[in-house]
Design a protein around this ligand. Structure first.
Ligand code: PLP
Length: 504
């Protein structure tokens, strides 16, 4: 009986179809057919999805998942792609349409998509040279290029990460470990947090990204370590209040270790005063991290690059190419001004990057990565993009977006039906529908507008709260978006608002 079973398996393996799904020289035809079919699904997404969202409710969508049985594989790609189309592509959010104006999702450029084909098939892992070879040097060259755009010299270094939250975490990790080693003679990597760590304090603006709180908590400092500084009328960190807060914490016996400035806030797209904050970081000997997850796009623009002046003062910087460089998710990087600081986190694994290894002979990016070992070659997407389009073309897209956003801001401001909270250095506008004669609760009206437009699928807006009040939010990241698109969106918002008020 047992012999017969073994034989059956052996016979199976000699069958031509047994290995047909493995990627190797013998399946090149299958590979091409599958990629072509997948590409056609993408084409039909572009042709068929004319609204940013289908409007389907979670309940209706979930119901379709009940029939899926993983124990019964589908017969071919045709049925597979049909299923994926029904469950996913048909309802997927279309970031490339101007009517998608919600979150920080940029439309992507084609060279990066072509790179994706290579990235996943060749499947290099960026942790060590023996798993990536040229990939390691391409990543390093892009890091050096980004460092040079920031204004860092050749002492800079960095690593691609999965996103801005992860890059920000590296910034706070280095800040924490650097402070402890330099000023307390304490090695956190080896010995854990010292007692003083409960008094470590990190200064951010009250519009900084929430990942700072999460990261402080993950780093064992607690959210209590985060001191939020009030912002000015354009929602930028107030440097005078920052200095007062640093002094106050010192008086309380706490230990300021770092300032995180935001270059491009998620809610307003404005820049904290980087030069003033950098000066304070120098004066009080604090680690200076700049979260340029969003604002890094200004590095591409000759016209608006000046808005980032002072970024070169940072000890470390977060850049999200998947926010502002038209790259598909994921593509982000963490940079440090002085590469020696990365030694604070270096760990030697005997099987990957042993201590005795000569890193000139065998470089290893894993020395710079905290939360990833096996790591995608995302850098190739940016390589394709910059080599084919150049910084100039990307910069022209960025300029167009900024100019559209400014025109949109003026349009909202001049329209009596709306109230705009602030102009933006980049492309985020926070406002609400609020005609002078409206008696309805403005928070309720605007909540209704957002939800109604979402489930119509016609327009996807974001929202945020400012002083507990609900506001609508535009994030303009698409160079294709015209001022006519904006006008159309604003008209739809007004109509929706009027409907709500009428039905009360
Ligand atoms: C989006 C964003 C982040 C987080 O980046 P992810 O790539 O989403 O992890 C951090 N900071 C700012 C200012 C952001 O806008």
């Amino acid at each position: 009986m047992q012999e017969q079973q073994t034989l059956a398996v052996l016979q199976d393996k000699t069958d031509d179809t047994f290995y047909k799904d493995l990627f190797y020289a013998g399946t090149e035809q299958e590979y091409r057919a599958a990629i072509t079919a997948a590409g056609e699904s993408v084409s039909s997404f572009l042709q068929n999805n004319k609204k940013p969202f289908s409007g389907i409710t979670p309940a209706a969508l979930l119901a379709q998942f009940n029939t899926i049985d993983f124990d019964t594989p589908l017969p071919d790609y045709e049925s597979l792609l049909e299923e994926v189309n029904t469950l996913y592509i048909k309802h997927a959010t279309a970031f490339h349409l101007p009517q998608y104006i919600a979150h920080l999702n940029c439309p992507v450029v084609i060279p990066a998509l072509a790179a994706e084909v290579i990235i996943s098939a060749i499947n290099s892992s960026q942790d060590t040279y023996d798993q990536s070879a040229g990939g390691t040097f391409m990543e390093r060259k892009l890091i050096d290029w980004t460092g040079a755009q920031i204004g860092f010299d050749t002492a800079c270094d960095g690593v691609f990460t999965g996103g801005g939250s992860q890059s920000n975490m590296m910034g706070l990790l280095l800040a924490r470990d650097y402070y402890a080693l330099e000023f307390l003679g304490h090695n956190i990597k080896m010995d854990g947090c010292p007692a003083e760590a409960s008094r470590f304090r990190i200064f951010v603006s009250d519009k900084a990204h929430f990942s700072n709180q999460k990261n402080a908590s993950l780093l064992g400092l607690g959210e209590q370590a985060i001191i939020k500084i009030d912002t000015d009328n354009r929602f930028r960190m107030n440097a005078v209040k920052l200095e007062a807060a640093i002094k106050k914490e010192l008086e309380l016996g706490n230990i300021p270790i770092a300032i995180v400035a935001t270059a491009g806030t998620t809610d307003f797209g404005n820049m904290d005063p980087l030069q003033e904050i950098g000066r304070l970081a120098g004066k009080y000997k604090l680690w200076f991290h700049i979260d340029a997850a969003y604002g890094c796009g200004l590095l591409l623009s000759d016209k608006y690059r000046y808005l980032l002046n002072g970024i070169e003062l940072a000890d470390s910087v977060t850049v999200d190419y998947h926010k502002s460089f038209f790259q598909p998710i994921s593509s982000s990087a963490f940079l440090v001004k002085n590469k020696l600081h990365l030694n604070l986190i270096k760990h030697h694994a005997d099987y990957l990057n042993p201590k005795e290894q000569d890193y000139d002979e065998l470089p290893a990016q894993i020395n710079k990565s905290v939360t990833q070992s096996t790591r995608r070659f995302d850098a190739l997407k940016l390589w394709f993009t910059l080599r084919l389009m150049g910084k100039q073309q990307l910069g022209a897209y960025t300029d167009t977006i900024i100019e559209t956003a400014e025109k949109a801001a003026c349009m909202i401001e001049e329209d009596g039906a709306f109230k705009l909270l602030s102009h933006s250095d980049l492309g985020v506008l926070v406002f609400r529908y609020y005609p002078a004669d409206m008696t309805a609760n403005p928070c309720e009206v605007n909540q209704y507008i957002k939800k109604a437009l979402f489930f119509s699928g016609e327009i996807l807006l974001a929202s945020t709260k400012v002083n507990q009040a609900f506001y609508l939010k535009f994030t303009i990241l698409n160079p294709l978006t015209t001022i006519d698109d904006i006008r159309h969106i604003l008209t739809a918002i007004k109509e929706c608002g009027k409907d709500y008020v009428k039905d009360l």
